[in-house]
Design a protein around this ligand. Structure first.
Ligand code: GDP
Length: 197
């Protein structure tokens, strides 16, 4: 898929106020600093469509972007930021739960994980929750350029092994680098294929 237009639509913290259009929607979520904004900018060929933030965890909003005037890319807040208070974690949980339970036009989520790290409890729990609620998702391994060509497949294999302790099969996954553009075509083709089904 070629991205011919990518426009910001709205930010809000209330799922009821998200766009009413019944367009297919794809949501991107992951731990703060995982590289989500960089990935969204890489996918959409924009330098700063999504704000790469020096202050992770600050923006707790649902951000809608319309792509090619035909589908929504949704930038969800980063989770797992150590410095936010317990009460704001609760608010976050509530609103993410509301988003995933109520947003019926959501086609699939992309859960971003840093390819250098072993599976993190918070990501595993989140994916478990998506599974229990039958919300389709893919995993996106980010920052692949930070590992050597030899280390990358080893690290991914280890991740898969760990996942298979909890899942019957490995969920669909993509390996990406926002610096090199790795994985871009695969993710966009995947979205395009679902959209044309
Ligand atoms: P977010 O908080 O998940 O939106 O993460 P950002 O996109 O703001 O990225 C966090 C940090 O990781 C920034 O310093 C980025 O420059 C860096 N980063 C993100 N993606 C990549 C990548 O693919 N490769 C490299 N080398 N650095 C990346």
């Amino acid at each position: 898929m070629k991205i011919s237009s990518a426009e910001f639509v709205m930010s809000n913290s209330d799922v009821a106020k998200c766009p009413k259009d019944r367009l297919a929607e794809y949501a991107f979520i992951g731990r703060s600093n995982v590289g989500k904004s960089s990935l969204i900018n890489m996918l959409t060929n924009r330098k700063s469509l999504a704000k790469t933030s020096g202050r992770p965890g600050k923006t707790q909003l649902i951000n809608h972007f319309i792509i090619n005037k035909s589908w929504f890319l949704v930038d969800l807040p980063g989770y797992g930021y150590a410095r936010v208070s317990k009460s704001s974690k609760k608010v976050f949980q509530k609103f993410i739960t509301a988003y995933f339970s109520k947003r019926t036009q959501l086609v699939s989520a992309f859960v971003l994980v840093d390819c250098r790290h072993e599976p993190q409890k918070i990501d595993l729990e989140f994916m478990q929750w998506l599974g229990e609620h039958q919300i389709p998702f893919s995993i996106i391994f980010t920052k692949a350029d930070k590992l050597t060509k030899t280390k990358l497949p080893i690290q991914i294999d280890e991740y898969i092994k760990e996942m298979l302790k909890y899942w019957e099969e490995m969920p669909n996954y993509f390996i990406t680098s926002s610096s090199s553009g790795l994985g871009k075509d695969e993710i966009l083709s995947y979205i395009s294929e679902i959209n044309t089904q």
